[in-house]
Design a protein. Sequence first.
Length: 108
Amino acid sequence: MKEWNDEQWRELFDRHTPQPRHDKWFTRRVMNRLPRKRWSLETKVSLVILVLVMVICMALCVAFARELAVNPCWSCPGTWVMYGALTVACILFAAQVNSFCRSIYDAS
């Protein structure tokens, strides 16, 4: 039985390995001319919800700031209810931003 050296093995594998295709059709120039992917319905709905949550969050911020300006009472239950609502709105805003960014990433 004959032992092969590295060069013989390399030659054998080169002969039986399929060569990579270099398509001339999908160059960067052609890819740039292809139409962009359109936003899906999910992405559009996510954007609308994002804007709504952002408006609600800003309205709660303004209401909370006015409440503290008029009545700077940290032991009042109304202040804590407003603070809790603002916290929940900001968490929902962050979650919706995450969802929207994921849907944009998936669309690209």
